[in-house]
Design a protein around this ligand. Structure first.
Ligand code: HAM
Length: 445
């Protein structure tokens, strides 16, 4: 390749997350892990790429994700023992979790499997604010054999109640839970037929995408955001009228349990979600427009997938789960924090906290001693930055003030007498402190 002077950039739709913002990401993940632990979830980590068939069969060939958004490549055989294979960067994590559930026979353990994951997903969408080609999800899946109670509406309500708790603990304001039931696969077949019939006489007036969907997968028409088609879509038959008695009772039981917990929701009959594996309960949590997300206002989405394990060749294993778009969660937190006034103090976790101390060696011959002192303090649990002896005193003070609460001046005198001069920036106080007492001194102020 010819040499080029233009610097390389991150690929379109991907981005670097840098400190101090990564402190907020870590904080969000720590709060999520804490909540999941209280509800009895364990972590699962599945591979970032899988056999393409997993998504084709699990998520559905006709979905936008599989038909146009996947990063798929032909992985050539490298040895006689290897087969060429079509592989795909995971666009979502539910199919991978269910594959792992089947592969490791987790159903044979008998009890409910409560799993969570945090990791990157990949979709070749048109990038915009809140929509990236590599994005992060924090998700959970609850699944198991029917005997474990995996089908019970209590599970749906518990997952939703946990989400409400998590969003509240993270400090997300004004979230809204939208809820629906898409029924059993039988219910959906009847509903699809009714939709197709209702769309036939009107579809010519719709956008090209919806004309195609009306033929191939009419349910997807309900996801359409095309403004000109909304009136037609609103007048289409509603799924609620096609639910059988069991699905209706299941949905009613989820609602009763949510009411009992005091978790507010609105029923949105158009919420069918963009993935084919859903059965019965589907939901999304949204925030108001203008709170950081623009049109991408779904913070998270999820639902029940009672037939997915069987679609992937596994045993019957009903389940329910969700995935939070972590990028969108962070944007919302940042926007809502800003909304309260730029001068409002940021919650301390929004920014990396200052270090305990900055060690300023006076002269390069003190560098080694400074590093040794840094090692001692760090091993004792303090956070420390070690400066450089070639800096003038003024430069050391400026550097220290930016990153640390104290500066420790390490001169020749200090090294020979076993003391150090410590200045505390917040109070302006300066003291000579025995090296042995340094840790206590740094921690008390
Ligand atoms: P999903 O609705 O496709 O569901 O994605 C869940 C969330 O991921 C969305 O609500 C959104 O916040 C975020 N998200 C999706 N695409 C992007 C993107 N391109 N950029 C940024 N954020 C994005 C699922 O993935 C299901 N696996 C959820 C689930 C789990 N259902 C049952 N269990």
């Amino acid at each position: 390749m010819p040499p080029s002077s233009s610097p390389l950039k991150a690929v379109r739709g991907t981005r670097d997350l840098l400190p101090p913002e990564t402190a907020l990401w870590n904080r969000v993940e720590t709060v999520a892990r804490g909540v999941f632990a209280r509800y009895g979830f364990g972590e699962i980590r599945t591979p970032i790429f899988e056999d393409t068939q997993l998504f084709a069969r699990g998520v559905g060939e006709e979905t936008d994700i599989v038909s146009k958004e996947m990063y798929t490549w032909e992985d050539r055989a490298r040895a006689q023992s290897e087969k060429a294979q079509s592989l795909t960067l995971r666009p979502e994590n539910t199919a991978g979790v269910v594959r792992a559930y089947i592969e490791h026979k987790l159903g044979e353990r008998g009890e409910l499997q409560k799993l969570f994951y945090i990791g990157p997903q990949f979709r070749r969408e048109r990038p915009q604010r809140g929509r990236y080609r590599q994005f992060w999800q924090i998700g959970v899946e609850v699944l198991g054999p029917v005997s474990s109670g995996a089908e019970s509406p209590v599970r749906d309500a518990e997952v939703l109640e946990m989400l409400a708790t998590l969003l509240d603990e993270l400090g997300i304001k004004d979230w809204r839970l939208e809820l629906n039931s898409v029924g059993s696969s039988e219910d959906r077949k009847r509903y699809n037929a009714a939709l197709r019939e209702a769309l036939a006489p009107v579809k010519d007036r719709m956008c090209e995408d919806n004309q195609r969907r009306a033929e191939t997968n009419p349910l997807r028409v309900l996801d359409s955001k095309e403004p000109a088609d909304q009136e037609i879509i609103d007048a289409l038959p509603k799924i609620a009228d096609f639910l059988d008695a069991d699905s209706t009772a299941h949905f009613q039981a989820v609602r009763t349990a949510l009411d009992a917990c005091g978790v507010a929701y609105t029923v949105n009959p158009r919420l069918v979600r963009g993935l084919d594996y859903y059965t019965r309960t589907t939901f999304e949590f949204t925030v108001l427009d203008g709170q950081g997300l623009g049109t991408q206002n779904a913070l998270l989405g999820g639902g029940r997938y009672d037939g997915l394990s069987e679609m992937l060749g596994g045993p019957k294993a009903p389940g329910i789960g969700f995935a939070i778009g972590e990028d969108r969660l962070i944007l919302t937190l940042q926007a809502q924090d800003g909304r309260e006034g730029v001068n409002a103090p940021h919650p301390e976790w929004m920014w990396a906290q200052k270090l305990d101390a900055y060690i300023a060696p006076m002269g390069v011959e003190r560098n080694a001693a400074a590093l040794a002192l840094g090692r001692e303090l760090r091993r004792a649990g303090l956070s420390v930055e070690v400066g450089d002896g070639s800096f003038r005193l003024k430069k050391s003070f400026e550097a220290a003030d930016k990153v640390a609460r104290h500066i420790i001046i390490l001169g020749e005198d200090e090294v020979t007498t076993g003391t150090a001069t410590v200045k505390t920036f917040a109070t302006g106080e300066q003291a000579k402190v025995e090296l042995a007492a340094l840790r206590a001194h740094l921690k008390t102020i």
